[in-house]
Ligand binder design. Structure first.
Ligand code: URA
Length: 212
């Protein structure tokens, strides 16, 4: 697929009428092209204040896709997700799952830092959803882990509380890809007594991934 077709596809413009493009090709735009395109994205105002687009990092063949909220200051500076304090805790959580970052793929609901680390708004999440959908389509993970309320709300389109979302298996849109909601590491840093509950989340995750 050409770069122009790529961009049209990212903008959710139907390009199936274009010569020789099968659905398979449309949904399997090269991951590298997708990442490259994201660097030029100006679909929302976050592009005006970002230093770097934080597209995501990890294995494109990962069985586990982890989706956080939005890049913070450290991520905006480095261009990588979860490199700050929350990222260090995420590394520890991965370690207790016997995983390392190169075995999973980590991204966020929006790829650019919201100013002052505010939550991304629904327009920003919507503008960025084409990238996330394409990442999920391309990686085709066996399980998706949503970190925190913002990720859960935006992907599941729900206003349910974390307490009711955690500990249950959800599914990504109308697919059979299971999704679990975990506490966000930044929340766990603020509420260390909740950390022990992560172990329950990990056990639930294992019931799904052990069969993969
Ligand atoms: N918090 C997030 O949700 N994502 C990051 O990349 C960093 C902190």
């Amino acid at each position: 697929m050409s770069r122009k077709q790529d961009l049209l596809s990212l903008m959710n413009i139907d390009i199936s009428w274009m010569k020789n493009i099968s659905h398979d090709e449309v949904s399997h735009t090269s991951f590298e092209d997708l990442e490259l395109n994201s660097r030029y994205c100006d679909k929302c105002s976050l592009s005006e204040t970002r230093n770097n687009v934080v597209f995501g990092k990890g294995s494109k063949d990962a069985k586990i896709l982890i989706i956080g909220e939005a890049p913070g200051k450290d991520e905006d500076q480095s261009g990588e997700p979860f490199v700050g304090r929350a990222g260090k805790l995420l590394n520890e959580i991965l370690f207790s799952m016997k995983l390392t970052r190169d075995k999973v793929y980590i991204t966020n609901t929006v790829k650019c830092r919201p100013p002052e680390n505010r939550n991304p708004n629904s327009d920003e999440i919507q503008s960025c959803s084409g990238f996330l959908d394409s990442q999920i389509d391309s990686i085709s993970p066996k399980i998706i882990i949503l970190l925190g309320k913002v990720a859960a709300e935006s992907i599941m389109n729900t206003t349910e509380t974390m307490a009711s979302l955690r500990g249950k298996v959800h599914y990504y849109k109308d697919t059979k890809i299971p999704m679990l909601v975990f506490y966000h590491p930044a929340y766990l840093l603020r509420s260390p007594s909740e950390k022990r509950k992560v172990w329950d989340d990990i056990l639930l995750m294992r019931t799904i991934t052990d069969g993969c």
